[in-house]
Design a protein around this ligand. Structure first.
Ligand SMILES: [Zn+2]
Ligand SMILES: [Zn+2]
Length: 374
């Protein structure tokens, strides 16, 4: 006659499923044949396993509590794992969850699209329409994958468990292994009549047009997340997200550095000496800039708040205008005469040499930047 199952596991008659599982796991670790191969321990292991088989199953436990023997008289002498859910014992040993059938419905993948924007769109933001090739839920079957008026049926090979088991020899002795059912691919169900629209996938490929708001201040590499605008998952599952990665098209005049913009203006020598007002084309339209008398080549005129908008705060970057003074190259006789007269007036006909250190002049860093292509 078999020992009382509760006594075998050392638990109270009103033990919770969690307590039973914990008790079995502890005993199984001590008594497992691979740990302790002597025959007495093996008998004890079989007894404990038989007890767990019954007490871990609510139906069998109730039958046992009412005086029946749910193991059909096999008793404690029954072979290891006989009539016993392999998933349960693996669970008890290794803490793994029994997998069970996998759902037909799962979340769709995220998608990434590169989006080219020009400088004005990046600076001020924009609304754009973009076409996306993606998967949407099948309208014919609403994601179920079944043809109209048909249903999924339980898989005959695995009985709906989604996995099939086989016995293999290994260093642990005979081991039950389970693998996804080849007939239903692990779903536990079959679709005898697939939806003709989506071939049972629950979703169809299509081209969709989206209206996208590009926030002001984006730059190359900025990602805009559109939650739920990715592809619908298999079986009509929850859609993934769509990410737009901004690629800014270089502007022919303005170079962007963070949220600041840089450009150059070329100025005749006379205008640089006398001073003038220039009409500069900025992102905001025509903007007058004042060139003071005596402006040098390389001087920078800064227009505050004329760069791109900041992405995460209010305000804007600046626009830096780099002045380049142009020395005249072709002089007619009259111009040359006037310049010589000016030079004489300024006593500059034979200027003295004023040598300086290139590193202190600012010229060196400009040379270096030009050399490095900055
Ligand atoms: Zn369909
Ligand atoms: Zn199956």
């Amino acid at each position: 006659m078999a020992t009382d199952y509760y006594t075998a596991l050392g638990v109270a008659r009103d033990a919770t499923p969690e307590e039973i599982k914990r008790a079995y796991r502890k005993l199984a670790r001590e008594l497992h044949p691979d740990v302790n191969p002597d025959p007495a321990t093996q008998d004890r292991f079989k007894e404990v396993t038989a007890a767990y088989e019954v007490l871990s199953d609510p139906e069998k436990r109730q039958m046992y509590d009412l005086g029946g023997d749910p193991r059909g008289g096999g008793g404690a002498g029954a072979g290891f794992g006989q009539g016993f859910g392999f998933g349960d014992i693996m669970d008890a040993f290794f803490g793994t969850q029994s997998r069970g059938p996998r759902p037909r419905t799962s979340r769709g993948k995220d998608a990434l699209i590169r989006l080219q924007v020009d400088l004005a769109e990046a600076a001020f933001g924009a609304t754009r329409e973009i076409a996306v090739d993606t998967a949407v839920a099948c309208e014919s079957c609403h994601g179920a994958g079944t043809a109209p008026d048909t249903q999924v049926v339980t898989c005959t090979m695995c009985g709906g468990r989604g996995e099939v088991q086989s016995v293999q020899r290994s260093f642990l002795g005979q081991v039950m292994t389970s693998r996804p059912c080849p007939q239903c691919q692990g779903y536990g169900t079959l679709i005898p009549h697939p939806c003709p629209e989506c071939s049972g996938e629950g979703r169809v490929r299509t081209r969709r047009t989206l209206t996208v708001k590009i926030p002001a201040g984006v730059d190359t590499g900025t990602r805009i997340q559109l939650t739920g605008e990715g592809e619908v998952g298999p079986g009509g599952g929850q859609p993934g997200d769509l990410f737009l990665e901004v690629v800014e098209i270089p502007h022919e005049v303005f170079t962007r550095q963070g949220d600041d913009l840089h450009c150059t203006v070329s100025l005749p020598m006379t205008a640089a000496a006398l001073g003038t007002t220039l009409d500069l084309e900025t992102l905001d339209g025509t903007e007058p800039i004042e060139i003071r008398p005596g402006t040098q080549s390389g001087q920078v005129v800064t227009l505050r708040q004329q760069g791109t908008h900041h992405l995460r705060s209010t305000g804007r970057g600046d626009l830096h205008v780099h002045v380049e003074v142009i020395t005249p190259t072709k002089l007619d006789a009259r111009q040359e005469e006037l310049l010589r007269e000016l030079a004489a007036l300024r006593e500059e006909e034979k200027p003295g040499v004023q040598q300086g250190n290139v590193a202190q002049s600012g010229l060196f860093s400009r040379l270096r930047d030009a050399f490095n292509g900055r």
